[in-house]
Design a protein around this ligand. Sequence first.
Ligand code: ZN
Length: 235
Amino acid sequence: MLFIDGSWLYHVRPYLLNLDGKPDFEIDYKALPMLVKDHLQGQMNAEVDLVRTNYFGTIAVNKPGHDNQRERQFYEMLNKRCFYNTEIYEFDFRNRESGRKENCLETGLTSVALFHAFQTGVFEVACLLAGDIDYQPLLKHLRLLGKRTMLLGVRGSNGFYPTHPRLLEEANLFDFPPLFLDDHLKKLQYQRVEQIRTCDNCGKEEATTFTSEWFYCRNCRDEHRQMRTRQNLET
Ligand SMILES: [Zn+2]
């Protein structure tokens, strides 16, 4: 079973992008679980069944001037198209000055992992994609419960080491060598395929890389945007 700290992955994404040297580098979220499965199969020399991919993310609320529609669409894509199990926690911007940690992501991931670990026969290996040392107690307890553990990390370079060194160095946390995302950028890159689609509004055909259920051509999108701007100015 795979557990992804989406907040951490979001923060290391720019680094992976730079490594690749392509500004349009995007992670293929369907390829990620396959990569884990292949890596484990190689390590275990046995057929591996990846039971579930659990993704933990945050969504900004009450952030002035911020529309969280794109975040919502992203999580919906993970859920509906990539079959991830998503748990999204609100990141409330109202009380940010308090300096407290404003979301429940790490506790959420830990709770879900332990919950599944207690169900007999649900999974045998917990694969954790995260970089924070906060997960150390979880890893220790998963192993006390007889589960095996594996880390998905990022190697880093030039003084940038996103995976906490203690996660990599401390003995008795993991049962397999870590899988470093930097080593598999080719497999992880999302390949956009251009295709001809018909606009759901005006019926015009246009080449696009959009894979959404509904498709609107460039003209209709521009018109819609202008209309929304006018509406915003009027209200
Ligand atoms: Zn159109």
